[in-house]
Design a protein around this ligand. Structure first.
Ligand code: KIV
Length: 283
C-alpha cells in the first residue's frame, strides 16, 4: 500500500505535480473496489440522492442519508490500513443557516460516520462556516461552479462562469475559501480556461468535474463512469465500461433460467447448507 492520503498530503501531491484521482462511493462493495483500484479520494456525495435513492436532484438528501452511506463506505475501506481519504458531502440546509449548527452536523459525519473530511457547496458566503469547522478540527473541501444544491437558483445543470463577471467572482470565491481554510476545492462544470486560472492561483489542490484537463485532479460519479446509470451521460463523463446492459442481460438470463427450471442445476443444489458448511448462507 502507498502512503495514506491525508488532507495535508494532498497539497504536497499538487506541489509535486502528481494528479489526484477521486471517485464517489455509496456502499461498502464499491468502496473496497475503489480502494483496490488505487483511488486517492472517496467521496460519499449527495449525488447518492439521484444515483441510488431515485430523487430528481440532491436537495431532499438528509444528514441521516449521508451518515448511513458514509458508515457503509467506511466499512468497505481498509480499517487498520485505509489509504484513500474519505470525504462526506454535507447535504442541503445542514450547514448554510448557522456555523454552530454546521459544526454539529459536520461533527456527526466525522464522529459517528467515520468521515475524514466534509464537502460544502458555496463561495465566500460560507467562509465563516469553513472557519468554524476548522476551529473544531473538521477539514473542509470546497465546491464551486455548478453547485447542484443551488439548482433552482441556477436554473439547470449548465456550465458556470462563462461571463466575465461570473468568472471573476468565482476566482475571488476560490481565494476566499482557500484563505478560510479549505484543504481542496471541487470545480464543477466550468470552462477549462477558468479552471486553469483558479488552479494556478491556489496552492490547495483543485479537483475538476467537467472543468477540463488543467485541474490538479479529477472526480467522477462512479456509477456514471462504470456505465451503471441509465440514459445519456453528461458530455464530460467518460464511460470506462458499460455495466448496465451486461447486468441487465445477466438478470434476464436468470429470470429465463428460473422459469425454465434450468437454475438451480445440480451443481447449485448440494443439499441444505448447514451452519458449518462452506456454502454461504445469506438473509
Ligand atoms: O455529490 C457528488 O457526487 C459531487 C461530485 C460530483 C463532485 O459533489
Amino acid at each position: 500500500m502507498k502512503d495514506k492520503v491525508t488532507t495535508t498530503g494532498l497539497s504536497e501531491l499538487k506541489r509535486r505535480g502528481v494528479k489526484i484521482a477521486a471517485l464517489t462511493a455509496y456502499d461498502c462493495q464499491t468502496a473496497g473496489l475503489l480502494e483496490e483500484a488505487g483511488v486517492d479520494i472517496v467521496l460519499v456525495g449527495d449525488s447518492v440522492g439521484m444515483v441510488k435513492l431515485g430523487y430528481e436532484n440532491t436537495i431532499p438528501v438528509t444528514l441521516d442519508d449521508i451518515l448511513h452511506h458514509v458508515k457503509a463506505v467506511g466499512r468497505g475501506l481498509g480499517r487498520a490500513q485505509r489509504r484513500p481519504l474519505l470525504v462526506a458531502d454535507m447535504p442541503y440546509l445542514t450547514y448554510e443557516l448557522d456555523p454552530t449548527e454546521a459544526a454539529r452536523n459536520a461533527g456527526r459525519l466525522i464522529k459517528e460516520g467515520g468521515a475524514e473530511a466534509v464537502k460544502l457547496e458555496g463561495g465566500m458566503e460560507i467562509a465563516p462556516t469553513v472557519k468554524e469547522l476548522d476551529r473544531v478540527h473538521v477539514p473542509v473541501m470546497g465546491h464551486l461552479g455548478l453547485t447542484p444544491q443551488a439548482i433552482h437558483r441556477l436554473g439547470g445543470y449548465k456550465i458556470q462562469g462563462r461571463k466575465a463577471d461570473d468568472a471573476e467572482k468565482m476566482v475571488t470565491d476560490a481565494k476566499v475559501l482557500e484563505a478560510a481554510g479549505v484543504f481542496a476545492l471541487v470545480l464543477e462544470c466550468v470552462p477549462a480556461d477558468l479552471a486553469r486560472v483558479i488552479t494556478r492561483k491556489l496552492s490547495i489542490p483543485v479537483i475538476g468535474i467537467g472543468a477540463g484537463p488543467h485541474c490538479d485532479g479529477q472526480i467522477l460519479v462512479t456509477d456514471d463512469m462504470l456505465g451503471l446509470t441509465g440514459g445519456a451521460p453528461f458530455s464530460f463523463v467518460k464511460r470506462y465500461c458499460d455495466l448496465r446492459p451486461i447486468a441487465a442481460a445477466a438478470a434476464a438470463q436468470y429470470c429465463r433460467e428460473v422459469r425454465e427450471g434450468v437454475f438451480p442445476g445440480p451443481e447449485h443444489h448440494k443439499g441444505t447448507p448447514s451452519k458449518d458448511s462452506k456454502d454461504g448462507v445469506r438473509g
